[in-house]
Design a protein around this ligand. Structure first.
Ligand code: CA
Ligand code: CA
Length: 274
């Protein structure tokens, strides 16, 4: 991505209150080289084969699986959070078993790796000689040189599916009109003008920043890298679970966060050259 000043944040008033997408503000970013796609299962498998790395989900013994994608026995289900009961804590769910212990990566080599925590991404980046993007870099790349637009391709949805989100009635019925209940291969649909595939939809992507809803009010104008400390790390782009009715976060400016040791079946990452 070329060095540039771009308008960061929600300039259209479509964001979620509380997500800290405003105020929209001009930001300078130096040139950077972002992966065209999310890190794939095949790439993560090379890292694990080379290093013997065990992810945090493997150490904890469980991770979060979406209820319609569960591949586990009943005794493997630890429970479900009352506020978001479509997520199940599942014993044996990890990057190699994203739907639970009965699932595998068969046929998923070119799908994004999921069930990786922010801390896991740091181990992968150290091995690969790369780093996570900042939120500013991620958003700059996702915008693809278009200023103030909602999506990587502009504002209009058009007459076809352009990203992997939810169709139907969340969280019970997914009609799969875009072809995918959970992850899609990383080179599905079309890249944006910067050659970036599926920044919005498919999987959330960890960024390097600590999370703060209040950051945009005082963030530096050049290469903002997030607050100095925090409890959660930022994520960008939404996932296959996003839907207008529930999680309108498949947008360039949308933000979310999670604790750095959390993993789930809809969180992955992509990297930047050092
Ligand atoms: Ca879908
Ligand atoms: Ca994405």
């Amino acid at each position: 991505m070329p060095r540039q000043t771009f308008l960061m944040g929600d300039s259209l008033g479509v964001g979620n209150r509380g997500d800290g997408e405003t105020p929209a503000h001009p930001v300078w970013v130096d040139a950077f080289q972002l992966d065209a796609t999310s890190v794939t299962n095949a790439a993560f498998a090379r890292f694990v084969a080379d290093t013997g790395y065990r992810t945090e989900a493997q150490t904890f013994g469980y991770s979060a699986v979406f209820h319609l994608a569960l591949e586990a026995d009943l005794e493997d289900i630890l429970g479900q959070p009352p506020q978001i009961p479509w997520w199940l804590g599942v014993l044996g769910a990890d990057w190699a078993h994203p739907g639970g212990p009965r699932s595998s990566l068969a046929g998923l080599d070119e799908h994004p790796v999921v069930q990786v925590s922010w801390n896991d991404t740091q181990a992968y980046c150290a091995w690969a000689g790369r780093r996570l993007p900042t939120e500013a870099e991620w958003e700059c790349a996702s915008r693809g040189g278009l200023s103030g637009r909602t999506f990587p391709w502009g504002d209009e949805w058009g007459d076809r599916h352009r990203c992997n989100i939810w169709q139907g009635v969340f969280p019970a019925v997914n009609t799969r009109e875009d072809g995918w209940l959970t992850t899609a291969p990383v080179r599905t649909f079309e890249p944006n003008a910067y050659g970036v595939w599926q920044s919005v939809g498919n999987v959330w992507e960890w960024c390097s920043d600590w999370w703060s809803e209040a950051y945009y009010a005082h963030s530096p104008a050049r290469n903002p890298a997030g607050p100095g400390t925090g409890d959660q790390r930022s994520m960008r782009g939404g996932s296959y679970l996003c839907h207008d009715s529930y999680c309108n976060r498949y947008r360039n400016s949308a933000r979310a966060a999670n604790t750095p040791d959390s993993s789930a079946a809809n969180i992955g990452f992509r990297t930047v050259a050092l």
